[in-house]
Design a protein around this ligand. Structure first.
Ligand SMILES: Cc1cc2nc3c(=O)[nH]c(=O)nc-3n(C[C@H](O)[C@H](O)[C@H](O)COP(=O)(O)OP(=O)(O)OC[C@H]3O[C@@H](n4cnc5c(N)ncnc54)[C@H](O)[C@@H]3O)c2cc1C
Length: 347
């Protein structure tokens, strides 16, 4: 995550993985949960706009910035709050870097999040869009989300049923009612990974789907695959100056899928829906890796990542996103939706 040990800068591009975003009204750094709650409560009571920013890896902030309080969430801590013979519950501070938590779990022989290795950002943001990759998502392991409720002005413990987890969605996304302060994860005591579900990962591990592998092997293989796609942050690699996937994979009904008549890879869901890979649609609509806009481009390693090459602006990035979205719509009649949260800007 961006370093904030130095005096905070008020230009938000310093705190986003895209390195985009204009000035903040007021910038506040919170290292303790009490500070988080006090800042949120004050802003709410005074009716001031508030933006909670943690790793800045899933936000697109407008060039005009954010004229309100920006709360940089930097709380830390992982503690065991429940121990059973076969599992433990870890309570994790919202600001804890996600990949540090995964490394900790792998080292301690705790299984369930190893395939989420290498994802940037904070633990507290993972429930927001039910972070997922390589066959795992945090909804599989979250047992409670501790959140400050700005409506009732109380701290609440929300069980998974209240979180409404779905594909890259939850009750928290596009909803500033809740500020997550801690998250509880139940992880299995096992030196082996959860069953490998993702075909590409199984292939690279040399196992069948459903097999288990040593935790460290799962972590290393996922990180290697992600690095090849520019999906692990690297300040020297502009293909990683992104929000990861810019668009979610479109989900359509079986009837819509049949009507599209596409010869595309697809994943049928348990509920009769069909998920279509956005990367395939983008490539086949005529937008290859490296397709460039003004100071921005599609990553040279992955079609789904839109990147800032160093001289981009938010408006240029969104211009590229519009070109891609409109091109896919014109070619296939399928609508692409952005995965990141857009702040003070629109697609
Ligand atoms: C290279 C790269 C690869 C990525 N790969 C993946 C991937 O494989 N899978 C995946 O799901 N995502 C992926 N992402 C997206 C991103 O890393 C995740 O969504 C991550 O959880 C965002 O965390 P953050 O701390 O950076 O959130 P931020 O960007 O700081 O915030 C994102 C949103 O959540 C809100 N928010 C943040 N913290 C809190 C909180 N404590 N309480 C309430 N609201 C909060 C913010 O207000 C904002 O609306 C990737 C991003 C990048 C740059």
């Amino acid at each position: 995550m961006p370093d904030v040990t130095a005096a905070p800068q008020t230009v938000l591009s310093a705190y986003t993985t895209l390195r985009l975003g204009g000035p903040a009204g007021i910038l506040t750094v919170a290292t303790e949960t009490d500070q988080v709650v006090a800042t949120v409560r004050n802003a709410t009571e005074e009716g001031r706009p508030l933006l909670v920013l943690a790793g800045g890896s899933n936000v697109v902030i407008g060039d005009a910035g954010f004229d309100g309080t920006v709360l940089l969430l930097r709380t830390r801590g992982i503690r065991v709050v429940e121990e059973r013979e076969d599992s433990v519950v870890l309570r994790v501070a919202a600001g804890e870097p996600w990949d540090d938590l995964v490394a900790y779990a792998v080292e301690k022989g705790l299984s369930g999040i190893e395939c989420l290795s290498g994802i940037p950002g904070s633990a507290g943001a993972t429930p927001i869009q039910n972070v997922g990759a390589y066959g795992q998502e945090v909804a599989h392991t979250i047992v409670a989300v501790h959140a400050y409720d700005r409506e009732t002005r109380t701290l609440r413990v929300m069980p998974p049923a209240e979180c409404a987890f779905a594909y890259r969605a939850s009750v928290f996304k596009h909803n500033d009612r809740y500020v997550v302060v801690e998250v509880d994860f139940r992880l299995a005591r096992s030196a082996e990974s959860a069953p490998i579900r993702y075909a590409e990962l199984a292939r690279n591990l040399g196992v069948e789907a459903g097999d288990r592998v040593p935790l460290q092997q799962a972590r290393d293989t996922v990180r290697k695959l992600r690095e090849q796609k520019g999906m692990v942050l690297d300040a020297d690699d502009r293909d990683t100056w992104s929000v990861g996937s810019f668009f979610t994979n479109p989900v359509v009904s079986a009837a819509e899928w049949a009507g599209l008549g596409l010869d595309a890879p697809h994943w049928p869901g348990d509920d009769g829906t069909v998920k279509i890979p956005a990367a395939w649609l983008i490539e086949h609509a005529g937008f290859p890796k490296g397709f460039a806009g003004d100071g921005v481009s599609i990553s040279t390693k992955h079609t789904l990542a839109l990147t800032n090459r160093g001289t981009g602006t938010t408006e240029a990035l969104l211009g590229l996103a519009r070109t891609v979205r409109d091109g896919v719509r014109a070619c296939f009649g399928v609508e692409l939706h952005p995965e990141p949260v857009l702040i003070n800007c629109a697609l």
